[in-house]
Design a protein around this ligand. Structure first.
Ligand code: ATP
Length: 905
């Protein structure tokens, strides 16, 4: 089958015929398989993936490695073979370590990207299935609805109020009305082909069925894909700031190196030797493991988040999460279970509060409500022998269909007598939907109410939206003009339900004698007859209450932003602990408010109700202008701007539209608010680990530099030779540091306020830590020189081995001291990577001291057991010192927390 051009010029039948498919049953699985072989996957070719060889090569272009290579070349010229070989070995080790870390990070990210692929509903073998969009083939019949991103180029074959925004292709921002039946001129521009939909465009309203005509790189988007797919590798803000830190340290390293070189030369050492020492000192100062540790911590962190149902779409989100100060969340489905059930029905004069009631026989007025509820409804009822009755559709709608069945009103039976011939879909600003039905046969219920017109419109939606359109009300006495008194009675009954956290929907109808199909149907939505209301219960989610209190303890403000009625919203918010005040704001309030007034209000109000998606954007803006870091949830098409604007845009994995997912930084696979809090917790842990690594690395490096600079006071010009320095650096920064980068979170992680994004990476306590640990390592090392160095035995290097071993152990001790206090300090299982790298470091460290060939290489000699024990003991001293600092800090923190709690009381 060749790919046909100009499909927009053909009729639906001709297209179906050409693509050898069927609107009803779609393709068979066998046929779709063979077409998949012919056309390949429906994917845009990815920009070039990083080739592992290139990745390896890049390791050798890192500044530090380049410096080392230059040093190796110089030492080769100077005839220092052993130094040359060992520096080269170290270069290779550095490069391999960097490569492994980056490779793992890249793979982790690729796995995450795969998970973010959209799904589509396709008809195959006569049934509707959900498949990943990449498996679509030409000829597939697909079903799409509001919020979907069109997954391939398609010819539309059935529509209901379909509007598609094609800005991605045509630049035209206004959505285009699409019509299945149209046949278009061959040379019509893309934007005028109203019977087609193109990959990457967005369904902003309505539903449709369509046949796939082109996939992958053959689509219109595919043709321009090369232009747009230059996906930029985003660097996270933290990466940029760490680069900055790296630059400062490089300058510091250069200065220290120069100083060591000068001192050595002044003290009579050869320039050549001192040059190599200088380079090693420079290398020692710079935490070269940092970029790799950062990448891997972020990548592994996002994998850990995925295990807990938070899919990270943009890497910077991982670090921003740790700084979130406000979480704005939808209500339905995120804070509540989105498991709706009808629990009451009220009609003028008759109320049923324990629906479904035992008697199961309901008066006509109740039945009329249920009939409207089930017919003005897009949920589908499926009755099968094994599973009984199941309803597929949006939970509010499904609950109504289910309720009608319980009262003996089966949706598809009713549809035979009252077929739907038109509809005005729901949208978040109208908060109602209407359907138009033909009264084919009169059913008893219609006869009972004397409904005899040719057509009838049913309407369901928010009661406040319906009341404004109602001219009449149906009471026991028939249809009456709606009066103020009636409106008052409806509102008070409505509020009574809403105050209990119940969602209330109203029902109305209008008889229509002549239906002008050409005119827009919107004008029919007036002069309707109000019939009654149903109360739907949607219980709060189990884990949310504790997640909310965790948030509050962590200094994060939870805010509810919902389209639901204020009283319903407030009742749920109070149950979950989101607010304890009586204050809330509605979309209407927001419209009347100036930006300044909003700025003032937004500080204290935690519940926003009857809010339209565009209001969400204003709320985010307002919060952000006060310095808040905002996470915001959203699921609809119109939520995208707010999701993009928020610091963390959070989309719903289950109920969210493709468009909202595209706009988000993170997707909640379980739609659950508690998952956002978990992700914040992980985000904080990740940041802690980076700081842990930096403190460890800088403290150790400072220690080494101090020894190199101050040893001359004790008569030693070169305290550690280049190889020893580089080795220590590699083991500690490279291995132990990597292990520290994945420590589990601290216990008090969620008991402290969020870290400000404006704070420097190294805050005061961190700088103090680096200063004192560096000094302590320096002092211990100088002590070792003092006791072991004998100027009369210039050739003896025993003292140097002792110094080498001690610095190694103090750094290991430092790493242990910095471990998280949420587990037993020496637990081998709380962080398995740490255990592995510790064992490896110990083996390597002891090998270079005790294995004959190796120790020659490093100019080391075997240590006596007693001296080895002393150096281990000095490592333990370091560990204890760091632990004491931790305990003191925790104590200080608790006292501060107590003070702030007391002052709040
Ligand atoms: P959120 O998810 O933002 O917390 P929500 O799901 O409670 O909000 P929306 O879905 O925007 O809110 O619904 C807003 C209002 O629209 C509801 O309170 C209800 O009155 C009305 N509504 C919701 N679903 C339907 C429906 N299927 N048919 C008619 N009206 C509906």
């Amino acid at each position: 089958m060749k790919l046909y051009e100009n499909i927009h010029t053909e009729t639906i039948d001709a297209v179906i015929e050409k693509f050898k498919t069927s609107i009803k049953t779609g393709l068979s699985s066998k046929e779709s398989e063979s077409r998949a072989n012919e056309y390949g996957l429906n994917e845009l070719e990815e920009g070039k993936r990083k080739n592992p060889w290139k990745m390896l090569f890049e390791q050798f272009t890192e500044t530090m490695v380049v410096i080392l290579i230059i040093a190796a070349i110089i030492s080769a010229f100077l005839g220092k073979e052993i130094e040359t070989i060992s520096i080269l070995l170290i270069v290779i080790l550095f490069a391999v370590l960097g490569f492994v870390q980056e490779y793992r990070a890249e793979k982790a990210m690729a796995a995450l990207r795969k998970l973010a692929v959209p799904f589509v509903r396709v008809i195959r073998d006569g049934t509707v299935k959900e498949i990943a969009a990449k498996y679509l083939v030409p000829g597939d019949i697909i079903v799409m609805e509001t919020g979907n991103i069109v997954p391939a180029d398609v010819r539309i074959i059935e529509t209901a109020n379909l509007k598609i925004q094609e800005a991605a292709l045509t630049g035209e921002a206004d959505p285009i009305d699409k019509r299945a039946q149209a046949v278009i001129k061959p040379d019509a521009p893309l934007g005028d082909r109203v019977n087609m939909a193109y990959m990457g465009t967005v369904i902003t309203l309505g539903r449709c069925k369509a046949v796939v005509v082109r996939t992958g790189m053959n689509t219109e988007l595919g043709k321009i894909a090369n232009m747009i797919q230059e996906v930029q590798k985003v660097r996270t803000p933290l990466q940029n700031r760490l680069d900055q830190l790296g630059k400062w340290l490089a300058i510091a390293g250069g200065l220290a190196a120069l100083l060591v070189l000068l001192i050595g030369v002044v003290m009579g050492e050869s320039f050549v030797d001192m040059f190599l020492v200088g380079i090693s000192v420079a290398v020692a100062v710079i935490p070269e493991g940092l970029p790799a540790v950062l990448t891997i911590t972020l990548a592994l962190g996002s994998q850990r988040m995925l295990k807990r149902n938070a899919l990270i779409r943009k890497l910077p989100a991982v670090e921003t999460l740790g700084s979130v100060t406000v979480i704005c969340s939808d209500k339905t489905g995120t804070l509540t279970e989105n498991r709706m059930t009808v629990i009451s029905i009220e009609s003028a004069g008759i109320e049923i509060h324990d629906f479904p009631s035992k008697s199961q026989s309901y008066p006509h007025s109740i039945q009329l409500n249920l009939m409207i509820g089930t017919l003005c409804n897009d949920a589908e009822l499926k009755i099968c022998e094994q599973d009984g009755v199941t309803v597929i559709g949006e939970p509010t709608e499904a609950a109504l269909v289910d309720a009608a069945v319980k009262a003996g009103l089966v949706k598809h039976d009713l549809e035979l007598q009252l077929p739907r011939i038109g509809e005005i879909p729901i949208d978040s600003s109208r908060r109602r939907m209407s359907t138009i039905h033909q009264l084919k046969e009169s059913i008893p219920l219609c006869s009972a109410y004397n409904l005899k017109s040719e057509y009838i419109m049913f309407m369901k939606g928010a009661v406040d939206s319906l009341i404004g359109l109602s001219s009449h009300i149906r009471t026991e006495n028939g249809v009456e003009q709606i009066t103020h008194e009636w409106v008052g009675r409806i509102r008070s009954a409505h509020d009574k339900m809403a105050e209990k956290g119940i969602r209330v929907l109203g029902f109305a109808y209008r008889e229509i004698d002549i239906l002008d199909q050409v005119q827009s149907m919107h004008h029919l939505e007036e002069q309707v007859v109000f019939v009654g209301m149903a109360g739907l219960m949607d219980p709060p989610r189990e884990a949310v209450k504790s997640a909310v209190s965790k948030c509050t303890a962590a200094g994060i403000r939870p805010v509810m932003i919902t389209g639901d009625y204020p009283l319903t919203a407030m009742a749920i918010a109070k149950k979950l602990g989101i607010t304890d005040s009586a204050e809330f704001l509605t979309g209407e309030h927001l419209t009347k408010m100036s930006e300044d007034e909003l700025l003032e209000k937004v500080r204290g109000v935690n519940v926003f109700a009857r809010v339209a998606p565009q209001d969400k954007l204003r709320i985010v803006n307002s919060l952000q202008s006060q310095g808040e870091i905002v996470a915001m949830t959203g699921d609809g098409v119109n939520d995208s701007p707010a999701l993009k604007k928020a610091n963390i845009g959070v989309a719903m994995g289950i109920t969210g539209t493709d468009v909202s997912k595209e706009a988000s930084d993170m997707v909640l696979l379980d739609d659950n608010f508690a998952t956002i809090v978990t992700a914040v917790e992980e985000g904080r842990g990740i940041f802690d680990n980076l700081i842990r690594f930096i403190k460890f690395s800088l403290g150790g490096n400072l220690g080494k530099v101090l020894v190199m600079l101050l040893a001359p006071i004790l008569g030693v010009t070169i305290a550690l030779n280049p190889m020893q320095l580089l080795w220590l650096n590699l083991l500690t920064d490279g291995l132990m540091g990597l292990g520290l980068g994945v420590e589990p979170s601290e216990e008090d992680n969620m008991n402290r306020p969020p870290r400000s994004t404006k704070d420097p990476i190294l805050n005061r306590p961190a700088i103090i830590h680096v200063a004192w640990t560096g000094t302590l390592i320096g002092v211990i090392a100088l002590g070792v020189i003092y006791f072991y160095f004998d100027p009369t035995q210039a050739e003896d290097t025993y003292w140097q081995t002792m110094l080498f071993a001690t610095i190694g152990f103090t750094q290991i001790g430092h790493a242990f001291g910095l471990r998280s206090s949420s587990y037993f300090l020496f637990s081998p299982v709380s962080n398995k990577l740490f255990t592995v790298v510790t064992v490896l470091t110990l083996i390597l460290q002891l090998s270079v001291i005790y294995v004959p060939f190796l120790d020659d290489f490093f100019s080391l000699v075997p240590l006596k057991t007693g001296d080895m024990l002393i150096s281990i003991l000095l490592g333990i001293v370091m560990l204890i010192a760091v632990r004491i600092e931790k305990i003191l800090n925790l104590h200080k923190f608790k006292v501060r927390l107590l003070h702030s709690k007391l002052s709040e009381m």
